[in-house]
Design a binder for this molecule. Structure first.
Ligand SMILES: Nc1ncnc2c1ncn2[C@@H]1O[C@H](COP(=O)(O)OP(=O)(O)OP(=O)(O)O)[C@@H](O)[C@H]1O
Ligand SMILES: Nc1ncnc2c1ncn2[C@@H]1O[C@H](COP(=O)(O)OP(=O)(O)OP(=O)(O)O)[C@@H](O)[C@H]1O
Ligand SMILES: [Mg+2]
Ligand SMILES: [Mg+2]
Lengths: 165, 160, 160, 165
């Protein structure tokens, strides 16, 4: 299975609809401080079902919605759509291309879709359960985790092995 | 269960030793159970010895050495349970050019089973990628992207 | 004592606002007592708004923005109690070239009252220093240094 | 007051006697990972009286002594000498040039000197008490402190202001 594209609209600093297409090699994302690179990683974790705003650097989940700038007004919702190639049937669903969408309104109301069909957040999480993708895997690697590995106590470090076991 | 934890622990330890030695071009490393007779509760210690140095504990090693050792351990666990794709966010900032080069070469070796997306400030990292996206914020507060497919650009340059 | 804490707090807050706006070329920042009526126990919150952005909490800002904001706060406290010399260890790694440039320009402004030693991997930082020391380890495990006094080298080049 | 020189022998990776001379501008220290740059910062904190090995990345204070490499045997002691210009009488001592030395043997025995005169560690600490240099000041700035500022709880962050007050 591989990532084909992630499309974000209204998510954090992505006030305009923006799509990233990925190929099977290594893709690098570059740019100055604060331009939105880590926000893409947050969009990725969010669409896969992250429920803790603090793990997305926010205080409330509505912090994920573009809240305005000097030149733009705040938006009313955030929408992220992730499209994957599933021709090897890694996901327990009989489509060659799978897209999952998460949408959050300022009211706090949420909508979720798998291939444009409305579903619940739990359906999205179950879809990825056996793939090793999601909060307990190494599909995201960043400085905080490296710091944890080094600075954690020997007892805390156990969790790394327990999760893999 | 005790067997399952021990089995995973031993596999990670073996991977860790191999990946560390590959990334540091020498030296040795292992993870160790502080209480081998209390497997279900024992804490885990990391021993890392960069090449030529007589250091046992990872504590005395440098910032860059700690980062590279932690990367080795993350990938040691990843090898036990590989993921189809992996996003790395600026894990390369503390690495000098030589260490960065070896880390990138290791990433390339994993591309047959995993698709990588690496967020970086480092020119060396950009140069060895197939595609890169530049993210900018000309309009303050609003992200915008520019995409450059290096392989395509190079091939069309060669063709035309 | 309550008066002394408040006096220091207010001075640091004022410095922080000014240094932040100078380092970010805009925006605003302040520190805030969470319980203004309980000065002797209240926690402190950091509010930072980079230029053009509508963000109040520092949590949502980027890695580089957090680093630059923390540097602004450290120097805000330093201004209340300046030290004769200050050693900085790789605080510049998360900064992009523009932010780094402004940070270095600020350091230069403080050199009349403080002598700075900056450990860095960054070429831009090396270029703006008067002297630099290269540390190497040709013999594994044994540190050795090479010193280059840039000003002297430039002046002797100009003279001879 | 300004730093004139720091001379290290047997301290961490400095198996050979090494001296750094400083001028009044900005000095940068560069080099590859693990070559010894942060060790100089540790030498500085150590000679000024740091008593906690873990704040120097060690487990015991004897970890500060060069413990050998593939080509060198371990050494028997670590010695660091810091020389400062005191022509503005910042330090409460009537010398224009002040040098402080700390020496630690493998046995755990320590020796301290101010201008080559033996003294106690507490004499060194008292010398610097009013200068703003030492463990509670900003004479050293590194990533851990920046992380603390950002990641600490509001209550923990109080200590930054309390120490400056
Ligand atoms: N809800 C939101 N609305 C508008 N802007 C937001 C929102 N949430 C976060 N941001 C902005 O996004 C920016 C952070 O982006 P991000 O963390 O992706 O930067 P980055 O490219 O990773 O930078 P660095 O190189 O410094 O790590 C911050 O400046 C923040 O103000
Ligand atoms: N007592 C000791 N004897 C010998 N070597 C030691 C001792 N203590 C530490 N070292 C070595 O010093 C090295 C660390 O040096 P240091 O932290 O100064 O590196 P650095 O130049 O700051 O690197 P980086 O750029 O990665 O931060 C480690 O490799 C460690 O093995
Ligand atoms: Mg980032
Ligand atoms: Mg270092």
């Amino acid at each position: 299975m591989y990532l084909k594209r992630i499309k974000v609209f209204g998510f954090k600093s992505f006030a305009d609809e923006t799509a990233f297409d990925f190929n099977q090699g290594i893709t690098s994302i570059v740019g100055p401080n604060g331009c939105g690179k880590s926000n893409i990683l947050d969009a990725f974790n969010w669409v896969l079902g992250e429920q803790s705003p603090s793990r997305l650097r926010g205080e409330a989940m509505t912090d994920m919605i573009f809240n305005g700038s000097d030149t733009r007004k705040a938006l009313g919702y955030a929408n992220v759509e992730l499209t994957l190639d599933n021709s090897k049937d890694t996901l327990p669903i009989s489509y060659d291309s799978v897209s999952i969408t998460r949408k959050l309104y300022r009211s706090g109301e949420s909508e979720y879709f798998i291939n444009k069909t409305p579903c619940r957040l739990k359906d999205i999480k179950e879809l990825f359960l056996d793939t090793g993708i999601g909060t307990k895997s190494y599909s995201v690697m960043e400085q905080n985790q490296l710091d944890f590995i080094i600075k954690s106590s020997p007892e805390e470090r156990r969790s790394l092995i327990e999760e893999a076991a | 269960t005790k067997e399952r934890f021990l089995d995973t622990f031993n596999r990670v330890d073996k991977n860790f030793g191999e990946i560390f030695t590959k990334l540091f071009e020498g030296g040795s490393a292992k993870i160790e159970l502080l209480e081998p007779d209390n497997v279900l509760e024992s804490g885990i210690r990391i021993n890392a010895r960069p090449p030529g140095k007589n250091i046992k504990s990872i504590k005395l090693t440098s910032g860059g050495e700690k980062t590279l050792s932690a990367i080795a351990l993350m990938f040691a666990i990843y090898e036990v349970r590989p993921t189809p794709f992996c996003i790395l966010d600026e894990v390369d900032s503390p690495l000098d050019d030589n260490n960065l080069h070896r880390f990138l070469r290791m990433l390339k070796d994993y591309t047959d089973k995993t698709q990588f997306i690496i967020i970086t400030h480092n020119k060396l990292t950009m140069e060895m990628c197939d595609t890169f996206y530049g993210v900018t914020m000309e309009e303050f507060g609003v992200s915008k992207i520019i995409s450059v497919k290096l392989r395509e650009a190079q091939e069309s340059a060669r063709a035309g």
